[in-house]
Design a protein around this ligand. Structure first.
Ligand code: AMP
Ligand code: MG
Length: 368
């Protein structure tokens, strides 16, 4: 996350830049075309021609080279014929054709990146081009991940028949990293209030806390009472989504926390819907809306849940359209189905009866 505003150190491009290999000309000399001009030299990328171009002259020019003074367009080499001293221009060009004008991308002093911007590949390229290396950045937020459940065993232990591996925490740690933060898996909390409280208090040492499991209606779902005992204030308890309905969000000891359902896909969906945006906002970034793409449904779909559903699916383009099809899965505990998907099909509450071919929303997996 960028920690300071960044301005352009000079005009971009810094000169009128040729975008094609060809001949730099004065466009008015080619009216009418074809026209024959005198070839007066060559300018390569990384060079600069001192002498201005006079009337009826052309200079051979390479992509990325600065236009000589006096020239205002480039004729692509494909549209010329040359014997070495004369060049025949077969087509006319308009002013600044095949040229990016000096300062058209940014003027010296223009703000090109604001503090709080997440640094992806394009932003890093922009910082490099304006020479802002090194640059001030914010410390990555540290996110505590606290999985809960008596059935969970650490990844380096062999689970007994009635136990399962702590897979959601592994996926959440990967999501935290993909969101530009540092994960810290605190340890597995048992479904026991005293030990859960001890680990939650420890987790509250991080910048943000993500507890998974133990937020539903089960007899041993202690996360909410324990958080309350730690002085938590809840901003919401539950969302009209599936999977992920039991998700909770609040603040305890000045730290924001989320309680995500423990099921693998529920925890991933609720992380992407709620935790990732919060991490951005905490770091001072502008809130970014979710982006859904449109696709056509491969097979009919019916539901009456009244919830917004996120279903693992595969989207692929087919004959100009994007078609989306659900993957086979056994519900939100199914890693095999989740890993086979490349998107979520988003079904809104009013879409109770969808036919094959209907347009639907698709949420690309943000983390792949
Ligand atoms: P809970 O949200 O605690 O009611 O858990 C819902 C389901 O998710 C149960 O089947 C749990 O066994 C499973 N589950 C909970 N936590 C994890 C985890 N960390 N990794 C894998 N599965 C989990
Ligand atoms: Mg549980």
């Amino acid at each position: 996350m960028l920690g300071e505003d960044v301005a352009a150190d000079r005009d971009y491009p810094p000169f009128h830049r040729a975008t094609r290999d060809g001949y730099a000309v004065r466009s008015r000399d080619l009216n009418p075309a074809p026209a024959e001009l005198e070839r007066v030299g060559e300018v390569r990328a990384g060079e600069c021609m001192q002498k201005p171009l006079a009337a009826e002259q052309a200079v051979e020019i390479m992509t990325g080279a600065p236009l000589p003074a006096g020239a205002d367009a480039v004729v692509m080499v494909e549209h010329t014929e040359s014997d070495g001293t004369k060049v025949r221009m077969l087509r006319a060009v308009s002013e600044f054709e095949n040229v990016v004008r000096q300062g058209s991308e940014a003027r010296a002093g223009d703000m090109v990146l604001r503090r709080g911007r997440r640094l992806g590949p394009a932003e890093i390229g922009l910082l490099a081009t304006v020479g802002r290396v090194p640059v001030r950045v914010f410390r990555k937020p540290r996110v505590a991940i606290l999985p809960t459940g008596d059935e969970l065993v650490p990844l380096d232990k062999r689970p007994l028949r009635h136990q399962i591996r702590n897979s959601s925490a592994a996926a959440l740690a990967a999501l935290v990293e993909a969101a530009g933060a540092t994960p810290w898996v605190v340890g597995i909390a048992p479904d026991r209030e005293d030990e859960l409280r001890r680990l939650i208090e420890q987790a509250l040492g991080a910048d943000l806390v993500v507890v998974t499991g133990g937020v539903s209606m089960g007899k041993y779902d202690f996360v909410e009472p324990v958080l309350r005992a730690c002085g938590a204030e809840f901003y919401f308890q539950g969302a009209a989504i599936r999977p992920g309905k039991p998700v909770v969000f609040g603040r305890a000891r000045e730290k924001l926390f989320f309680g995500l359902p423990g099921n693998p896909v529920s925890s991933m969906v609720t992380f992407e819907l709620f935790v990732r945006p919060s991490l951005g906002i905490l770091a001072g970034a502008e809130p970014e809306p979710l982006v859904f793409l449109r696709a056509r449904l491969a097979k009919p779909f019916r539901h009456k849940t009244g919830l917004t559903q996120f279903l693992p699916a595969r989207v692929a383009s087919s004959g100009g359209d994007s078609m989306v099809e659900l993957v086979a899965w056994q519900g939100s505990g199914d890693w095999v189905g989740a890993a086979a998907a490349n998107c979520f099909l988003v079904i809104h509450p009013h879409q109770t009866d969808l036919a094959a071919g209907d347009a639907v929303d698709v949420w690309p997996k943000a983390w792949i």
